[in-house]
Design a protein around this ligand. Sequence first.
Ligand code: CDP
Ligand code: MG
Length: 139
Amino acid sequence: MEKTLSIVKPDGVKKGVIGEVIKRYESAGLKIVALKMLWMSKEEAKGFYIVHKDKPFYDSLTDFMSEGPIVVMVVEGEDAINKVREIMGATNPREAAPGTIRADFATDIERNTVHGSDSPQSAEFEIKYFFSELEIMKG
Ligand code: CDP
Ligand code: MG
């Protein structure tokens, strides 16, 4: 069993697709084992996306991620990291496969509705960024 962190980004919350995102994960046999809504500060968004600190889109991305509430969740299942990223679709919605969350709901490459960890290492960092041990359901 693998765990991954997923986020319904500020545009996704505004578009009213929190339930739709969760439904797609659950329909694929994945389990939500932790969940909460919060509003990140700019500094918190910068810490979450620290791997992208040298990218040209870092400032704009962290403005976007701190513009409103988000829903963060820990998703568990076999091959959960890859499965969530498949259900999300490519970063750029114009390249996202039909039927993926980003193809269906994203506005553009920045406002792309969802986040999903891209490796076991990033999943560990990202889950710990938002959740304590006691907030993650076991068994
Ligand atoms: O989220 P994902 O792992 O698919 O993409 P990323 O390369 O890790 O980039 C993180 C986030 O930065 C993306 O989801 C977009 O919101 C944003 N981004 C952007 O605004 N412009 C880009 N050229 C690439 C990414
Ligand atoms: Mg990424």
